[in-house]
Design a binder for this molecule. Structure first.
Ligand SMILES: NC(=O)c1ccc[n+]([C@@H]2O[C@H](COP(=O)([O-])OP(=O)(O)OC[C@H]3O[C@@H](n4cnc5c(N)ncnc54)[C@H](O)[C@@H]3O)[C@@H](O)[C@H]2O)c1
Length: 432
């Protein structure tokens, strides 16, 4: 099949290269000319395990082409995916301007029947607006479908290649069969392809993210209370996880969730509720718990140092919003570091992949060092903010010798408190 993917970010690049990997001819379109130029040379702008190999192989084998020419890509393609960003507006509603402008451009470029598929996360009813835009721009026939994406950054290629399910929102069952064929190579082990109406598909994506975000906020709230009553959230988590009605995923307390999806998608769903005179009470609470979680962590640090952070040197391990990505959009690290800087602390930070992103965000206001131990030298405290695998088993003896004060604030509960205290560390974590 000839496919165009418009928007070559975390979702579009993964989808486009995985479709190429399964034998299709794919044109990945982006309006960021520098990004396209790099991709043409096999330079990947994001860190995503397994992605460079697939991109480079499919460029080499001439199934994957990067371009800024949307019109040409649309003309060559039968199926066109829209995967541009839908960032939050100040009031929480999704900003759909990129989706709508791409829809208009697709309409103008259409020269025959096309299948247009919205992969961006968009509020319920958006596809109907896109249909109107397309109809204004073209008299050519088309089918419009919704195909929300469920990949997780950090495991995006695996998730795309082996999805738990594929959701196709279609008002025409024959059009849905086109997507079923396209996804057939990825669901050979029996994952379902759920064919639903377009509005249900749009809603399903938000429901999934909102549920996962609510689970994390629920556990953070339980952890916060554990701290106050002297219970251990680790054992509570294990007890909950072994209940077959609950299960183990997304029960880890910490410094709050971040990233480009959960925070924005909850806010957009709350906004959709508001537009339909319905208050999303659980999600309002999940968002409120989350926005406080990073500040509670900073409070803990402030309290330890009796409110005096101005002469303190604080090391930070982990800046990306989660491990195995370089993405710092809405990362808790940003809130925490801004909180420390506002108190006058000196921050020295390291992340295995997000250093370039951090440079852009902090612009010289923090020191970035080339190794995790570099943050520890002379530090009054070390914070664990992102649970990268490489941070799980460090040389604590060496660290203790390097630090001005052996204090660790573990925002991800990756260490066992007992041996750390035996080694002489003052150790804080979340809910333990
Ligand atoms: N990141 C995730 O894990 C994830 C998972 C599932 C769904 N989603 C959803 O997928 C969508 C894309 O997310 P993302 O993280 O890939 O975003 P992103 O910001 O990484 O990528 C968007 C890309 O679109 C390009 N773009 C913007 N306007 C354009 C235009 N007019 N023409 C051509 N290209 C244009 C940008 O240059 C950018 O490269 C969002 O709606 C998001 O909510 C994201």
């Amino acid at each position: 099949m000839n496919i165009a993917v418009i928007g070559t970010g975390y979702v579009g690049l993964v989808a486009g290269s995985c479709f190429a990997e399964s034998g299709n001819d794919v044109w990945c379109v982006d309006n960021d000319a520098a990004k396209v130029e790099n991709l043409k040379n096999g330079i990947i702008p994001i860190y995503e395990p397994g992605l460079p190999e697939i991109v480079q192989r499919n460029i080499r084998e001439e199934r994957l082409t990067f371009t800024t020419d949307l019109e040409a890509a649309v003309k060559k393609s039968f199926v066109i995916f829209v995967a541009v960003g839908t960032p939050p507006q100040p009031n929480g509603a999704a900003d759909l301007s990129a989706v709508f402008s791409v829809a208009a451009a697709i309409g103008r470029a259409m020269d025959r029947y096309k299948v247009i598929v919205v992969k961006s996360t968009v509020p319920v009813g958006t596809s109907e607006k896109i249909r109107e835009i397309l109809k204004k721009e073209t008299t050519q026939p088309f089918d419009l479908m919704s195909n929300p994406e469920f990949l997780k950054q950090g495991a995006a290629v695996d998730d795309f290649m082996k999805p738990d399910r594929v959701v196709v929102g279609a008002d025409d069952i024959r059009a849905a069969e086109i997507l079923r064929d396209l996804y057939a190579p990825f669901v050979r082990t029996g994952s379902p392809v759920l064919i639903v109406d377009v509005r249900t598909a749009e809603m399903l994506k938000y429901a999934a993210n909102a549920f996962l975000a609510a689970r994390i906020s629920f556990m953070n709230e339980i952890a916060n209370l554990c701290e106050r009553v002297g219970a251990n959230v680790d054992m509570i988590r294990k007890g909950l996880a072994s209940d077959s009605r609950i299960g183990p995923a997304f029960l880890f307390p910490g410094v709050g969730f971040g990233g480009s999806c959960f925070p924005k998608d909850i806010r957009a769903l709350i906004d959709t509720g508001r537009q339909h005179q319905y208050e999303m009470k659980i999600l309002e609470a999940a968002a409120a718990v989350n926005s406080e979680q990073a500040s509670l962590f900073v409070d803990k640090i402030r309290k330890h140092f009796r409110g005096e952070l101005s002469n303190k040197r604080i090391g930070v391990w982990g800046l990306a919003f989660k491990p195995r990505t370089n993405d710092m959009r809405d990362a808790p690290s940003v809130k925490i570091i801004e909180g420390l800087l506002a108190e006058g602390a000196t921050v020295i930070a390291y992340d295995p992949e997000a250093m370039d992103e951090a440079k852009k965000i902090f612009d010289g206001r923090i020191q970035l060092v080339g190794s995790n131990y570099g943050c520890v030298e002379g530090a009054d405290a070390l914070l664990i903010v992102t649970e990268w695998q490489a941070f799980r088993n460090p040389n604590f003896e060496r660290m203790k010798g390097m630090m001005r004060q052996p204090v660790i604030f573990d925002g991800r509960n990756i260490y066992d408190p007992i041996p750390l205290r035996q080694l002489g560390f003052t150790y804080y974590s979340v809910g333990r």
